[in-house]
Ligand binder design. Structure first.
Ligand code: ADP
Length: 387
């Protein structure tokens, strides 16, 4: 029998909703959690044991976090990987590894590694000037997707180029100071967007979750439906690729792989996130072990839990209502919770802003259509407005 060290100390860079949901699981396993986040009343601050209030770029603060913890992780990928590499060199545990973070946080290096490993991705190319984009357009044809290689999220950092006249505008929009590296991708006329969550654990154990269909509105995830309505062959391809990606990156912890499925059943990777992901929130009520619990288990070198789906599940994001900005007020929670099998998650953000992610709803039921109906009904009740 082995002894389990109580009060293992976990440090999380980022105290948003993902950090908060990691803490909920870490506390179940008896851990002590310190977060680093510049916002005093960020979502995770209400339940962490200790909060270092500092900017993500504050090297000294990150070192102090590492010195106070047995293991470090992060809830978003736009972090200075160099600082994390230095910590790793000094013997600190950081998961997922800083070298994998370095590759993944740059969309060009990420796609290059995938291509080298024979994983299908949309055709892509690094571009340094307006002239170079014009030349790529001759090969890829329009529309093109111009992307910042680093720093993008929720579609910010992308520009769709529909014709030659859009090139200059796209280039100057994404690169106003001429200091960003940009890439161009062939536009994929996809039928569906899906994602697969996967977790790397000790002894090279890999656990993969079911495929979820993601529906975006204005580039922000709106709804995830699990299982995704795609054929078995595409499903298996996506699951195999997610498995292979954990292998390629020697992944420890949760990873999310987002895919495009074309009408011909082609499965192309759009991007990877080395962390729990919004499209994996359904796993909290929908699966035997949530993405957050498996992430915590992985970084503590504990055995991973089953990723089996308990029931078909639908997750819908709750965003700040248009026209409201200020101290948060929530409407309709009681009405939503009166609906069968509906769970409401409120992140506890003190300030609402239009389109800010404020919470989510999950509904898990034997019948997927009913789960979607119930989740949609609950979604219509809840509104994040301001006083
Ligand atoms: P972010 O990192 O900001 O989430 P993504 O690169 O994932 O940005 O792109 C956001 C959305 O833009 C995707 O979910 C998809 O709908 C669309 N998109 C991205 N790349 C392509 C592409 N090559 N072809 C078609 N649509 C794309």
């Amino acid at each position: 029998m082995s002894f389990y060290p109580i009060s293992q100390k976990i440090g999380i860079i980022g105290g948003g909703q993902l950090g908060k949901m990691m803490i909920l699981e870490a506390k179940k396993l008896g851990c002590y959690v310190t977060i680093l986040d510049p916002t005093k009343d960020c979502p995770a601050s209400s339940i962490c044991d200790n909060h270092i209030v500092a900017n993500f770029s504050d090297k000294e603060a990150i070192i102090s976090l590492a010195n106070q913890c047995d293991v470090l992780t992060y809830e978003f990928e736009h972090i200075d990987y160099q600082s994390l590499m230095e910590l790793e060199e000094r013997g600190h545990k950081v998961y997922p590894s800083p070298s994998c973070l370095k590759t993944i946080q740059n969309k060009f290096t990420q796609k290059t590694i995938l291509k080298e490993n024979n994983i299908c991705v949309p055709d892509f190319c690094l571009v340094n000037s307006i002239e170079e984009i014009k030349n790529v357009a001759k090969e890829f044809s329009y529309p093109l997707v111009l992307k910042s290689c680093t720093g993008g999220y929720d579609g910010k950092g992308n520009f769709i180029i529909k014709c030659e006249e859009d090139i200059e505008k796209g280039f100057l929009t994404l690169n106003p100071n001429f200091n960003m590296s940009l890439m161009v991708e062939k536009f994929v006329d996809f039928k569906l967007e899906v994602s697969v969550l996967a977790c790397g654990g000790i002894n090279k154990d890999i656990k993969v979750y079911p495929v979820g269909n993601n529906i975006h509105i204005d580039n922000i995830l709106h709804k995830t439906i699990v299982p995704a309505d795609i054929n078995e062959s595409s499903k298996q391809k996506a699951i195999d690729i997610a498995h292979k990606i954990i292998d390629i990156f020697n992944g420890v912890g949760m990873f999310c792989v987002e895919f495009f499925i074309t009408k011909d059943g082609e499965v192309l990777v759009n991007e990877i996130a080395p962390r729990p992901h919004n499209s994996g929130h359904y796993t909290i009520e929908g699966c035997v072990t949530s993405q957050f619990e498996n992430h915590i288990r992985a970084i503590l070198s504990l055995p991973l839990g089953s990723t089996n789906l308990l029931n078909p599940t639908v997750m819908i994001n709750l965003l700040g209502e248009e026209g409201y900005k200020g101290d948060t007020l929530v409407e309709g929670v009681i009405e939503a919770l009166n609906i069968e099998n509906v769970f409401v998650h409120i992140y506890g953000k003190k300030q609402t802003v239009p389109k800010r992610k404020m919470g989510h709803i999950t509904c898990s039921m034997e019948c997927l259509e009913q789960a979607e109906k119930n989740a949609t009904k609950a979604y219509q009740y809840i509104k994040f407005i301001s006083k």
